[in-house]
Design a protein around this ligand. Structure first.
Ligand code: CP
Ligand code: NVA
Length: 312
C-alpha cells in the first residue's frame, strides 16, 4: 500500500483497504513503542501544527508521534501566525509548503484544510474541523479492534449531537468498514441528507446498516455506545438549548441497560463533560477503554504521518 504524498482531509477520500492499512500500521507502531523500539521514518522532516481551536490529545499526538519518528514539529497557534488576520489561506499555504514537509490543521472550516492541501503542495492532515474529525476515527477503530478483534459486523451506536464532526466522521468510517452504525439523536440534530446518502452508498458496498433514530430503544444490541460533547468548540452559546433537547440522550445506566447486552463498551473522543452527555459513573466504569482510545490517538496519528510522509 502506498499512501505517500496523500493528504488526510476526510475519510471519504480513503478506501476500506487504505483505512485497514493505517490501522494495522498503527498497531505495529504501538507494539514497537511498547517494546522501546523507536523509528526514524520522519528524520529530517519538519511538520507545522496549526491550531485555530484548542487541543490536548490531537496536539500532543502529532507532537509525540512526530518526535518518536525523528521529525521536528512546530506548533503554530492562530495568534502566532498571520493566517486569517493579515494573510490569505492560499498564501500561508504556499509559504508553509516551502518550509515544511507536512501540515496539520485544526480549525473551523473544512474549506481551510482543503485549501491548505491544494496550495501547499505537501501532505495536509485534518486535526478537526466543524465538519469532520477523521484522525479520531482511526483511534476509535483501533480501540474497537483491540476490544473485539474485528470491525466488520459490530454495532456502534452514537448518541447525542448527531450532526457534529464526530457523528459525521463516525458515519463515514463505519459505513466504509462494514460496521453497523446507528445515530441516536433528536430529529433537529440528525445529520445532513447529503452525507447520509453518501454513506448509504458506502454501506451498500461494505454490508453495513445505517439507522438514524430518536428512539432510545435503537441502542439495543450495541457492541459500543459512543458519545461526544453536546456543544462542540465554537458552539458554546448554544449550551442551554442543547442541554434541554439532549437531556434524554445522556449515556447512563438506564440507556446502557437498553442494549440488552452485558459486554457493551462505552467510548468517548474526549474531552468529556461528565454529568451532561455521560454520567460520571458510566465514564469511570469504562475509563480504561476510554483512555486506551485517547492513547491510540498518538499511535494512529503517527501511522498517518509515517504512511503519507515517512521515508520507509
Ligand atoms: N479528541 C480530541 O480531538 O481531543 P483534543 O480536542 O484534546 O485534541
Ligand atoms: N465535537 C467536538 C469534538 C472534540 C474532539 C468538538 O468539535 O468540539
Amino acid at each position: 500500500m502506498n499512501l505517500k504524498g496523500r493528504s488526510f482531509l476526510t475519510l471519504k477520500d480513503f478506501t476500506s483497504d487504505e483505512i485497514e492499512y493505517l490501522l494495522n500500521l498503527a498497531a505495529e507502531l504501538k507494539e514497537k513503542k511498547k517494546k522501546g523500539i523507536m523509528g526514524n521514518s520522519l528524520k529530517g522532516k519538519n511538520i507545522a501544527l496549526i491550531f485555530e481551536k484548542p487541543s490536548t490529545r490531537t496536539r500532543c499526538a502529532f507532537t509525540i508521534g512526530c518526535i518518536d519518528e525523528g521529525g521536528h514539529p512546530e506548533y503554530l497557534s492562530k495568534d502566532d501566525i498571520q493566517l486569517g488576520h493579515k494573510e490569505s489561506v492560499e498564501d500561508t499555504a504556499r509559504v508553509l509548503g516551502r518550509m515544511f514537509d507536512g501540515i496539520e490543521f485544526r480549525g473551523y472550516q473544512q474549506e481551510t484544510v482543503e485549501k491548505l492541501a491544494k496550495y501547499s503542495g505537501v501532505p495536509v492532515w485534518n486535526g478537526l474541523t466543524d465538519a469532520y474529525h477523521p484522525t479520531q476515527i482511526l483511534a476509535d477503530f483501533l480501540t474497537l479492534k483491540e476490544q473485539f478483534g474485528k470491525l466488520k459486523g459490530l454495532k456502534l451506536v452514537y448518541v447525542g449531537d448527531g450532526r457534529n464532526n464526530m457523528a459525521n466522521s463516525l458515519m463515514i468510517g463505519s459505513t466504509k468498514m462494514g460496521i453497523h452504525f446507528t445515530i441516536l439523536a433528536p430529529k433537529s440534530l440528525w445529520p445532513g441528507q447529503e452525507l447520509i446518502k453518501t454513506c448509504e452508498d458506502y454501506a451498500k458496498e461494505s454490508g453495513s446498516i445505517i439507522e438514524i433514530s430518536d428512539c432510545l430503544d435503537a441502542v439495543e444490541g450495541a457492541d459500543a455506545v459512543y458519545t461526544d460533547v453536546w456543544c462542540s468548540m465554537g458552539e458554546e452559546d448554544l449550551a442551554a438549548e442543547r442541554i434541554a433537547i439532549l437531556k434524554p440522550y445522556q449515556v447512563n445506566d438506564d440507556l446502557l441497560s437498553k442494549t440488552k447486552k452485558d459486554n457493551t463498551i462505552f467510548l468517548h473522543c474526549l474531552p468529556a463533560v461528565k454529568g451532561k452527555e455521560v454520567t460520571e459513573d458510566v465514564f469511570e466504569r469504562f475509563a480504561d477503554v476510554v483512555f486506551d482510545e485517547a492513547e491510540n490517538r498518538m499511535h494512529t496519528i503517527k501511522a498517518v504521518m509515517v504512511a503519507t510522509l515517512g521515508n520507509q
